[in-house]
Write a protein that binds this ligand. Structure first.
Ligand SMILES: [Zn+2]
Length: 328
């Protein structure tokens, strides 16, 4: 359908349902359509169209009150409302360590006792499930089969505090994967061909030096910062005597000789506790400030009764007691 025809049809529908106001607005749209680019018109139409519809309940003043149990779908993590100022809502994210955040009311839904919020959260959960199914479907059936065989063959070696695995004896993985990764593999929830997630302080730069030509690639698919910068930051921390750990997902890589290698996807870097200023500055030059939430584990305390960070307070490490950077 031609853009103009589609646009007119949309305008006609809104006009029919909105009476005189719609007709007037319809006239404005036609004028705008001739004067502006299609993209600008589409934006305008969307704005005008939604302005004629009642906002959803979670956008209305007074919908969220102090003490309400809410979440940010599709995430189910429970949050408690601590203050409301206009469209901004303060939240207690973890009562154990009193950690807080704030977000727009439009991102929040009630966890219980509110039918429209719960229905919308269910819709978002279903959409997320579909997105994950579509992501999973990008690999051919052969890869899925090999992946299922590898996962069936994995051996659980401990359960506390996280389940840890090693590769099974029948798995055709490259030998270095057994020597370097056995026992470090944790469950990974990504809807991809992931063989496990690694949080332990595995020395990935050293492993890359030793096995980079043997079915191993390491990357940050979000691209910023580049793996080269992350690697350099890791080495600075390691060489200064710290024990850096990457948050890494080990993705299955089918190799030409029918064995299995690893594409390692890194999404975060952290060190236990605080680090000295000189080292911190070197790493910050590569990865940015650790206090630039949300890519960081470090934060300034939130003001308990209103929006904003309380920068008069020293920044703190988070519940994991770590200085960290995250780029997803
Ligand atoms: Zn609600």
């Amino acid at each position: 359908m031609h853009f103009e025809e589609r646009f007119m049809r949309r305008a006609a529908v809104v006009t029919a349902s909105a009476g005189l106001g719609g007709i007037v607005l319809g006239g404005v749209w036609v004028w705008v359509m001739r004067a502006e680019t299609p993209a600008a018109v589409r934006r305008l139409v969307r704005r005008r169209t939604t302005a004629l519809v009642q906002p959803p309940v979670w956008e209305r003043d007074g919908h969220f009150r102090v003490g309400d149990a809410v979440h940010t779908p599709p995430d189910r993590h429970p949050l408690t409302v601590t203050w409301v100022q206009g469209r901004s809502v303060g939240l207690l994210t973890n009562p154990r360590n009193n950690s807080r955040m704030h977000t727009a009311a439009s991102d929040l839904r009630h966890l219980s006792g509110c039918a429209p919020c719960m229905a919308d959260a269910a819709d978002q959960a279903a959409a997320e499930e579909q997105r994950q199914a579509a992501y999973w479907a990008q690999w051919p059936a052969d890869d899925h089969e090999l992946y299922e065989a590898l996962m069936d063959d994995q051996v659980l070696i401990s359960s506390e505090p996280h389940r840890r695995y090693r590769f099974g004896d029948a798995s055709p993985v490259r030998e270095w994967m057994r020597t370097e990764l056995d026992g470090h593999l944790l469950d990974d929830e990504m809807p991809s061909l992931t063989l496990g997630r690694v949080w332990d302080p595995v020395d990935w730069p050293r492993i890359e030096d030793d096995h980079g030509a043997d079915g191993l690639t390491i990357e940050n698919p979000w691209r910023t910062p580049a793996w080269a910068a992350i690697r350099a930051a890791f080495e600075i921390l390691r060489d200064a005597g710290y024990t850096p750990a990457l948050d890494a997902s080990v993705e299955m890589e089918r190799l030409a000789d029918k064995t299995v290698g690893a594409n390692v996807v890194v999404s975060g870097l952290q060190v236990e506790g605080l680090i000295d200023d000189a080292t911190y500055q070197q790493v910050a030059a590569l990865l940015g400030e650790a206090t630039d939430w949300p890519q960081s584990h470090m934060y300034y305390p939130m003001r308990p009764d209103g929006p904003g960070l309380d920068r008069s307070q020293p920044y703190k490490v988070d519940e994991f007691t770590a200085t960290g950077w995250r780029w997803t």
